[in-house]
Design a protein around this ligand. Structure first.
Ligand code: ADP
Ligand code: ADP
Length: 230
């Protein structure tokens, strides 16, 4: 079924309209690449879908419920439980260790410490960074931090992951670890993954793509949204 939906989304920063009349429908278990040139509105779209930015126009629906109009507290709570994010200018906590960062969603959801740590290590291991688990985030490289962010997005098996250039600081092989982890989550847990990328090689891992230009959907296989299948 449909897990996340943006309807006729429009957004402006001051007088500049950067998204206009954008419709997106995301279903369980699918991987969708959001593509388009720099400045076309990809990050803005992701922030709107995450409820981190309120749309000027249009609606966001998460798991069949209106999301964008909820109050900040309710929105944060649903974001925490139902979404995983990987953002470019990571929102990991530099003073915490890698493992503490990754455990955070589980701890906030009430998982016991030992169990949260074991699960965090499992994800860090899959992403090839478990040997850095006890280092402070500020002591690891950009690529290692990016993998920690991916581990954190996956650790609580949320129904939806929103990822902005999740392989941006990674070489091809390491990037594939991330993409394989997304594919496995989609297949095994029905996680929907929306990933922003400007690389065709990365987009080729997605089942379909949405192409933005100047804040509008101009193509890709987004037309599949109109079939009404769910
Ligand atoms: P990308 O193209 O990789 O998404 P950008 O350089 O467009 O990255 O944006 C990086 C960050 O800077 C984002 O958080 C975005 O919201 C912010 N940003 C981009 N353009 C502006 C701007 N003109 N004024 C203020 N913040 C901006
Ligand atoms: P993309 O991710 O495709 O590069 P963005 O969504 O980051 O696109 O940005 C779309 C447009 O909005 C760009 O022209 C960018 O400069 C502008 N922009 C992004 N964030 C901000 C912001 N916080 N304030 C002002 N302008 C912004």
């Amino acid at each position: 079924g449909i897990v996340l939906e943006g309807r006729r989304l429009g957004h402006s920063y001051g007088p500049t309209r950067v998204l206009d009349d954008v419709d997106v429908t995301i279903r369980a278990g699918e991987i969708v690449a959001v593509m388009g040139p720099s400045g076309s509105g990809k990050s803005t779209l992701l922030h709107l879908l995450a409820g981190l930015l309120k749309p000027d126009v249009g609606e966001v629906w998460l798991a069949g419920q209106r999301f964008d109009t909820l109050g900040e507290r309710k929105r944060s709570e649903r974001r925490l439980k139902e979404l995983g994010f990987v953002f470019q200018f990571g929102d990991l906590v530099p003073e915490l260790t890698v493992e503490e960062n990754v455990e955070l969603p589980l701890r906030l959801l009430g998982t016991r410490p030992a169990q949260a740590r074991a699960r965090a290590h499992e994800m860090l291991d899959r992403l090839g960074v478990v040997e850095h688990a006890a280092k402070r985030l500020s002591e690891v490289s950009g690529g290692q931090a990016q993998r920690a962010a991916v581990a954190r997005a996956l650790v609580h098996t949320p129904p939806v992951i929103l990822a902005d250039e999740p392989t941006g600081s990674l070489d091809t092989t390491t990037g594939e670890l991330v993409l394989e982890a997304f594919v496995d989550a989609a297949r095994d847990q029905g996680t929907a993954v929306v990933l922003v990328t400007h690389e065709l090689r990365v987009a080729s891992w997605a089942g379909r793509d949405i192409l933005l230009r100047d804040g509008r959907v101009v193509g890709g296989s987004a037309a599949g949204d109109l079939t009404g299948a769910s």
